[in-house]
Write a protein that binds this ligand. Structure first.
Ligand SMILES: Cc1cc2nc3c(=O)[nH]c(=O)nc-3n(C[C@H](O)[C@H](O)[C@H](O)COP(=O)(O)O)c2cc1C
Length: 370
């Protein structure tokens, strides 16, 4: 298993923990992963909901909580820490600014095409920031669009790209019909994206690491992705059932108790499908029930809060705290594989063992007779 380089940063392991919003991946999980040699990621999405006066000062709460969590993570590790921000959030710019002010190592940008980021960086005098900027896409077409736009307009490119396939947890960049009919596979999209980056590598003379995500659960899965051109993998679901994950025990237990059939798709007010673990709350919204929506503020650019059936942030926050009567958990297709809550170190050890077992299967060591 080789180390992972992104610009001048080197992680001992090619493992990135996916940012998990609304208080699932905070400083606890991120620092534990970073301490083991991977890249730990704090999700800025809904992070302020953990603050006592969130309902009164939502915008400030998000900024305060993000700054606090980055600083807490820095106290716990000297490893690489990233922040995940969704383009779809109303305070995207402000959260990005906090992350840059805190000199975060990497920013992963999901749920949208980050076309104008270089202009924003210039506007806040961060044009020469050392922070790595990494968009997350679901197709090679989207990756090429972002890279071409940045290159033509700003004469720079993102530092890496995450390509996420259809099996991931959380919001998905595919149509529901595509997901239900298994029309796409991560391996195919990954290979297309790796090939699509060739041109930009040649023009800029820079290496562009492609990171694979979505449904990667075992070291064997990791091996296959790295063999298919990925330089690292990004895993969310696998890290939920760790001792250090910042979410409630009930949330982790929900993963351990669920079956394969319990993992379903819903329509999220973000305007994208989301993958969740079914429960009564989910069944009710699937049947069209209207849930009370007490929108403290319009946290998502795309949310029509006067019309939505439920508040996604509240539902996820309730579940994060262990209240499944008023919420549900996001989860990847492999969540049912979790058997117990173990430490991040044990998880990484298992991943390494699974990886080397798969490697041996494909590259058996020749034992010469002597
Ligand atoms: C509980 C949960 C919450 C997530 N929240 C976010 C989020 O806030 N923003 C984001 O860009 N991705 C989010 N994701 C996606 C992860 O960052 C990662 O890309 C994904 O989990 C990879 O697929 P996997 O779960 O199969 O490993 C979430 C995933 C899970 C499981």
């Amino acid at each position: 298993m080789e180390e992972f380089k992104i610009g001048d940063l080197t992680a001992r392991l090619p493992i990135i923990q996916g940012g998990m919003g609304v208080c699932v991946s905070m400083s606890g999980l991120a620092s534990a992963v970073a301490n083991e040699g991977g890249i730990g990621v704090i999700s800025a999405v809904g992070i302020g909901m953990s603050e006592p006066d969130y309902r009164k000062h939502f915008r400030e709460s998000n900024k305060i909580a993000l700054r606090k969590e980055i600083r807490k993570a820095r106290l716990k590790t000297r490893g690489i820490i990233g922040v995940n921000i969704m383009m779809a959030t109303s305070d995207f710019d402000e959260l990005l600014r906090v992350a840059l002010e805190e000199k975060i190592d990497v920013v992963f940008i999901g749920a949208g095409l980050p076309l104008k980021i270089p202009a924003f960086l210039e506007s806040i005098n961060q044009g020469d920031t050392a922070t790595k900027i990494v968009p997350k896409v679901s197709s090679s077409r989207a990756a090429k669009l972002i890279f071409r736009h940045w290159l033509e307009k700003y004469e720079r490119i993102p530092d890496a790209v995450v390509v996420e396939g259809p099996l991931a947890g959380g919001h998905l960049g595919f149509g529901k019909e595509e997901l239900q009919n298994n029309r796409q596979s991560l391996i195919t999209i990954l290979k297309e994206t790796v090939a699509g980056m060739d041109f930009f590598q040649q023009v800029t003379g820079r290496e562009i690491p492609v990171i694979a995500a979505g449904g990667i659960y075992t070291g064997g899965d990791m091996y296959n992705m790295l063999q298919s051109g990925a330089k690292a993998v990004k895993m969310g679901t696998r890290f939920v059932t760790t001792t250090e994950c910042d979410v409630s025990e009930k949330f982790k237990q929900n993963y351990i108790d669920c079956s394969k059939e319990d993992i379903v798709l819903i329509d999220s007010p973000v305007g994208l499908p989301g993958r969740v673990i079914v429960n009564d709350f989910v069944r009710e919204i699937q049947q069209g029930a209207q849930k009370p929506v007490r929108c403290p503020w319009k946290c998502l650019k795309t949310c029509d809060y006067k019309k939505v059936q439920f508040c996604i942030s509240e539902a996820l926050f309730n579940a994060a705290r262990g209240d499944f009567s008023h919420g549900f958990s996001f989860a990847g297709t492999n969540a049912y594989k979790a058997k117990a809550i173990i430490s991040v170190r044990e998880t990484i050890d298992q991943l390494k063992e699974e990886f080397y077992r798969e490697e041996l299967r494909f590259q058996p060591i020749e034992v010469s007779a002597y």
